[in-house]
Design a protein around this ligand. Structure first.
Ligand code: GLN
Length: 455
């Protein structure tokens, strides 16, 4: 049914870069056989899923939305991919994304934009717009995204779906093509909180193949979602982040957010306002740290080991010329902008002024979170300041594009857990609004409880 749905709607939505109908049906048949023999791999056995094209798959191309990796079939599965397969989850295909996960609209994909199923002339968010659009268009009931600065939560918000960024280190990064290694985190996308929790428990857990993977029990998010569904939040203290409203926030987004906060009060939560003054510095700090790590990580696309090679066989070209011609042709403008920015920020003489300062801001943000979590159990804020904007509106204005992640980035910089759940439609344009719930590192279960109660 999902493959039929993809055939019917994906020509218009373009959520997928690659669909593996045969592979999906074969995997589904295998699950049927296993179940007939009394073996059920997990509660999600047989459930189809859309996988962001930044996670490696042995049997399908992994392009990261880039010409650099066009047609590249990795020799190994990411740990997330492997865990999905072991749980009997059926991988339908790979979803579209901003090139190497850099963007907030999926317009930076080398393979053309994904469209928002709510309004095909609008963006589905990014970088994981393909995964969230696939959910909103009912092409898949589950999806996987990755969130470096908001790429799971912001697409979730603007497509009216649930998106979770687990605690940093909670889900293995092995086989997740690196953008900014100290921030990158894979997580579940779904249409309900419980679905996200079930998927979370399938993909999370310690992995010796990722040196930053946390060697501790996975937070009991399914139990928390089930407990929360009873709708009782008495005893829970919720902090509204004071800094995340005002200029630049669409009135309909603020109104939907305020209604959601009222709802938490009605469910018994105690709501207080909390100030996190350093959060306003998160965006500039992120745009030094993320490009710095990106410039280092993307150095591997050197035309030698794998991926695109321009000038193959031309004896007149030096190795250096082949590298530079390949990087010139293979990377899009946003990736180039960040590689240049990051290389500059890391260069001798500038390192302390830029990268060093950004790292200090990162510490201040962690301290703001720590102080806030001494007063409250979870923090809430809008996920993103506006609803889905029209395709093309921000492509020529990187600053406007970057602002989409104003409210999501602090949790990445601190390594904390955060998620977005739908909170109704904006009164101005009838488009979905996202409600962000944040929790301390390793307290992912806390935010699931609140999210399930609210939902
Ligand atoms: N939009 C942000 C960026 O462009 C976040 C991307 C992400 O989370 N992968 O960097």
């Amino acid at each position: 049914a999902h493959l039929d749905r993809i055939t019917a709607v994906d020509p218009a939505v373009h959520a997928f870069l690659h669909v593996d109908a045969e592979g999906a049906l074969a995997a589904a048949r295998k699950v049927d056989e296993d179940i007939a023999q009394g073996h059920v791999a997990s509660p999600l056995a047989g459930v189809p899923l859309a996988l962001k094209d930044v996670l490696t798959t042995q049997d399908m191309p992994t392009t990261c939305g880039s010409k650099m990796l066009e047609g590249w079939v990795p020799p190994y599965d990411a740990t997330v991919t492997r865990r999905l397969r072991e749980a009997g989850v059926i991988i339908l295909g790979k979803t579209n994304m901003d090139e190497f996960a850099m963007g907030s609209s999926t317009e930076n994909s080398a393979y053309g934009p994904t469209r928002n199923p709510w309004d095909l002339d609008r963006i589905p968010g990014g970088s994981g717009g393909g995964s969230s659009a696939a959910l909103a268009a009912f092409e898949a009931p589950l999806a996987i995204g990755t969130d470096t600065g908001g790429s799971i939560r912001q697409p979730g918000a603007v497509t009216g779906t649930v998106g979770v960024k687990p605690t940093y280190g909670g889900v293995s990064r092995y086989g997740l093509v690196a953008f900014s290694s100290s921030l990158d985190q894979a997580g579940p996308c779904a249409r309900t909180v419980l679905d996200a929790a079930l998927l979370h428990e399938v993909i999370a857990g310690h992995d010796p193949l990722d040196s930053t993977s946390i060697d501790q029990p996975v937070p009991a998010v399914v139990a928390a979602a089930r407990a929360g569904a009873a709708g009782d939040l008495s005893g829970v203290k919720v902090g509204v982040v004071r800094e995340f409203r005002g200029e630049g926030y669409q009135p309909g987004v603020v109104a939907a957010f305020d209604t959601a906060v009222d709802q938490l009060r009605k469910l018994g939560a105690e709501v207080v306002e909390v100030s996190c003054p350093s959060f306003t510095l998160a965006l500039p700090a992120y745009y030094l740290i993320a490009p710095s790590e990106c410039s280092s990580n993307l150095a591997r696309f050197d035309a030698m080991r794998y991926g695109l090679r321009v000038g193959e066989g031309d004896a007149a070209l030096s190795a250096e010329q082949v590298m530079s011609l390949t990087r010139e042709a293979g990377f899009g403008p946003e990736v180039k902008r960040r590689v240049i920015l990051g290389t500059y920020a890391l260069s001798a003489g500038y390192y302390d002024a830029y990268y060093g300062s950004a790292q200090k801001v990162r510490t201040l943000i962690s301290r703001d979170f720590a102080a806030a979590y001494e007063q409250v159990d979870v923090l809430v804020a809008p996920t993103t300041p506006t609803t889905a904007f029209p395709i093309g509106e921000r492509v020529g204005d990187p600053m406007q594009m970057y602002l989409a992640d104003l409210c999501t980035i602090p949790s990445n910089l601190a390594g904390n857990a955060a998620m977005s759940v739908p909170c109704g439609l904006s009164e101005e344009d009838g488009l979905p609004v996202g409600f962000q719930i944040m929790a301390p590192a390793l307290a992912d279960d806390r935010m699931y409880r609140v999210a399930a109660a609210y939902e």
